[in-house]
Design a binder for this molecule. Structure first.
Ligand SMILES: C[S@@+](CC[C@H](N)C(=O)[O-])C[C@H]1O[C@@H](n2cnc3c(N)ncnc32)[C@H](O)[C@@H]1O
Length: 395
């Protein structure tokens, strides 16, 4: 296979900005694609595969090529992809033949190298998950499938499958999740279909959270960390857009995106965005029948989708996130009616961000645990999530 120099250089530049400047891979890729509209589908696929796999397998590739330089890591990845390393590609590291030969030795390397994860996360995984860490880590290194949630305010699942087939996109039902579809491997959803509102890109694991809130038509539901509203829109659909979902966040840009998405989804009469300010918890005191706290977290359950995250995340950041999680569970339940339901959720698989946070809430009193729902990447093939539903004890 022939490799184009401009594309190879673009991929290496993106990978470098991710590793050296801690840029977010997804954003860097989107910007590069926007700035280069002439790149075709195959060009984009080559760049995306290179940078995603280099980010995913950084340490393993480093072992193969015996270098940590991005140019060398890219060379090792291209060997894995079946390319010959072009003579114009200069890097300090082993040759293609040596790279291939070292694949066999990779199996004998420590897990953190083999599975390509910083030592501190590997140690944390073992400390928190014990024997289960091996399988979870391996699952988090798989390539992610594209999952969709059918917006039942606009269409039905069979009609959505047919609609997508009209664009030559094969989507199949995901067992156990009534609104979920998965695309055939390697297929993506073009932008025009993403902006249509009939379907939303939403991981299957994420689609297990809103049903746990169990919102009923006519109720008032607060989604206290709504971001751009992946779960707010799901809540509104489950309520048949009858009632109110307050999508709250401290980030007004994300709320503006929620407003746009709600309009496309036919949910804008039900979903109202509210920027969180100092008086929000008193303004909304005991207003909600149900409260979702989809807390900021390490995101370690989503490494398949954002492998660059593992190199950006630092122990101090994780400590800070645990502090925020505790603080949100301290403050936001004031917005819930007595007898109402609280759901706490994260996209982390670490018990210290999940059950430990709930245990502290339970120890303080005032809540009864109803159900816990961990989503294991190795057991499901989905992103990793955790959710716990609790009842606020009646007054
Ligand atoms: C896990 S993300 C939410 C994802 C979103 N629920 C979804 O389904 O698309 C966590 C969100 O919490 C927000 N956040 C951070 N600190 C917050 C705070 N103190 N109060 C409310 N939201 C906060 C972040 O801006 C971010 O959007």
């Amino acid at each position: 296979m022939k490799m184009h120099r401009i594309l190879a250089e673009a991929a290496s530049t993106i990978a470098k900005s991710v590793f050296r400047e801690h840029k977010v891979l997804d954003h860097e890729l989107a910007t590069a694609f926007e700035e280069n509209p002439k790149w075709g589908k195959r060009d984009r696929a080559f760049i995306a595969e290179t940078v995603f796999e280099v980010a995913r397998w950084r340490r393993a590739l480093g072992f193969l090529v015996d270098s940590e330089e991005t140019t060398a890591l890219c060379a090792a990845q291209w060997v894995r992809m079946g390319y010959e390393i072009p003579e114009w590609w200069t890097y300090n590291g082993r040759s293609a033949e040596e790279i291939k030969a070292r694949e066999a030795e990779l199996a004998d390397q420590p897990r953190a190298v083999r599975e390509s994860i910083p030592d501190w996360i590997d140690e944390l995984g073992v400390a928190e998950l014990g024997d289960a860490w091996d399988a979870e880590l391996a699952a988090l290194n798989q390539r992610a499938s594209v999952f969709l949630r059918v917006n039942t305010l606009r269409t039905t699942r069979p009609a959505a499958i047919e609609w997508l087939a009209g664009f030559n996109i094969t989507a199949t039902e995901v067992p156990g999740l009534p609104d979920a579809l998965v695309l055939a491997p390697g297929k993506a959803l073009p932008k025009s279909l993403r902006l249509d509102g009939r379907v939303e890109i939403q991981d299957a694991g994420s689609q297990t959270i809103a049903p746990l809130v169990d919102p009923q038509p006519g109720e008032r539901v607060i989604d206290a960390c709504s971001g751009a509203g992946g779960k707010s829109l799901h809540l509104a659909a489950l309520m048949k857009a009858d009632g109110r979902v307050f999508g709250m966040d401290i980030d007004s840009k994300k709320l503006a995106e929620l407003d746009r998405r709600a309009k496309r989804a036919n949910a804008n009469k039900c979903v109202k965005s509210k920027e969180i300010v100092a008086t929000t918890t008193t303004d909304f005191a005991e207003v909600a029948d149900r409260l979702l706290i989809d807390a900021p977290c390490s995101g370690l359950g989503t490494l398949k989708r954002q492998p660059d995250l593992k190199w950006r995340l630092k122990p101090a950041q994780l400590d800070r996130l645990r502090g925020i999680q505790a603080e949100l569970l301290d403050k936001y339940p004031a917005m819930l009616k007595p007898g109402g339901r609280l759901v706490y959720a994260t996209c982390s698989i670490l018990p210290s961000e999940n059950r430990a946070v709930i245990d502290r809430l339970l120890a303080k009193g005032g809540f009864t645990l109803l159900e816990e729902k961990p989503v294991s990447p190795s057991a499901t093939g989905f992103d990793g999530f955790y959710a716990a539903s609790l009842q606020k004890n009646p007054a």
